[in-house]
Write a protein that binds this ligand. Sequence first.
Ligand code: AMP
Ligand code: MG
Length: 339
Amino acid sequence: METKLLSAGPQAIEEAARLLRAGEIVGIPTETVYGLAADATNSAAVKKIFEAKGRPQDNPLIVHISRLEELSEVVREVPPQALRLAEAYWPGPLTIIMKKSAAIPAETCAGLDTVAVRMPSHPVAREIIRACGLPLAAPSANLSGLPSPTTAQHTFRDLNGRVPLIVDGGPCAVGVESTVITVAGDHPTLLRPGYITKEQLESALGEEVALSSAILNKLADGEVAASPGMKYKHYSPRADVVILKGDFDAYRRYLESHPQEGAYAMCYEGEENRLPLPCIPCGRADDPASQAHALFAALRQADDLGAKIVYAHCPAQDGLSMAVYNRLIRAAAFQVIEL
Ligand code: AMP
Ligand code: MG
């Protein structure tokens, strides 16, 4: 199949809407990462997403809407906590899990009785949803296991020949996937950290949010993931990623004493010339938003450079840094060296 890459504009939006209504899949920009969209109510269309990405069948998809009125079509009921969160952070990078309605087929939710819903803020994503008049299932538009795409070019590289259209809406502002919270159980629980932090969720809800253990730790063998996406080695370039935990001097000393062919170092801005390896800059040391924005592009750059091994600073684990840590630790398949 030939893959068209069109700049966002009326023609691209109309073409995307036409394909989506016809049960096709389309790569679309969102503020988090690029998504691979299909009609969330059409099981045949949703199956094409799993095929194109090579996504495991048991990993459910996020359903995207453009107006709050559309929520009642995809969920059985809207818990008051979901309304509070939606009021505070929609449109935006927050996904809320609720009980699903009959309109959402089993394929979209990988057989679960819940559905993950988000209202993106990216104007192009919103216009595409409005133009096709459908809730859109849209996981990240990468091949399963690879870093999520934060530009249309990343998306094209992964999905060329597998999708009829990718809409280019420029680089993603946030750069990591949405925060995922469930309000379908007894207590609101954070399943995936993102740009909206645990503290922000708690302030909107007025109650404590539990943290799924899979966020910061590797699941034990046989442990069931509350969010199936958290169990895979994920976001990984071909290169091995190793996280070094310690301050800048310890990081530099470790790299000096472990010379290795094909090794690269991820670094913060301003450190490029202070490390003994070729460096891949990834945001500013004191600015986790800039790290989130740069992370996936940096991991992809490692592959473009032919890196065999990539070292990275260990991010903090709180606030927005939790999202960066959560992605990096999976890219590294949990390899962390304490310095
Ligand atoms: P992606 O869209 O590729 O960023 O992945 C969607 C994420 O949301 C994955 O980690 C899924 O496991 C998670 N997710 C989607 N639907 C549900 C659900 N009903 N229950 C729990 N996690 C979900
Ligand atoms: Mg993904």
